[in-house]
Design a protein around this ligand. Sequence first.
Ligand code: ADP
Length: 165
Amino acid sequence: MADKLNIAIYPGSFDPLTNGHLDIISRASKLFDEVIVGISQSSSSKNYLFSDDERLKLAKKCTKKLINVKPIVFDGLLVDYAVKNNVNVIIRGLRAFSDFESEFQMALMNRKLNTDITTIFLMPHEKYTHISSSIVKEVFSLKGDISDYVSDEVLEALNQKYEKK
Ligand code: ADP
């Protein structure tokens, strides 16, 4: 048992990755042997601003200093990916009470699907509790300053994306 690695997955859309996400990733990287950042693949029902590859590249750039963090793109059921990759923990971020209901539902469903995988919630620094990828994109599209909330790499990617639009 002592030899077993504790591998966690932090799943999400990360469209794009914000400093709130990075805060959670950095906390998780101190708690687990390996942290997989699981970027959900786009599908016909989910339309993202950034492609799978762009979200993956941004996540890799932003986490390059955290050696036990591995961003990947996954599709299908999260618990299936977890079983195949020896993941025993799912990490989700909790910003405010409003996150609780849907997170609670998802955590219990994942536990029903696989009792061996535990969901753990981490809270970010207070300065990130009011941000989401959606609000960051909305403010940026209206030319507001979001530099406190995303990395330079993400800011650059947003600039390029909106220049093309
Ligand atoms: P999803 O569409 O799966 O919610 P997100 O990329 O929006 O994907 O979020 C992934 C996870 O990160 C979720 O658990 C969400 O609550 C959490 N999260 C999002 N923004 C923040 C933030 N600012 N601080 C902490 N956690 C966050």
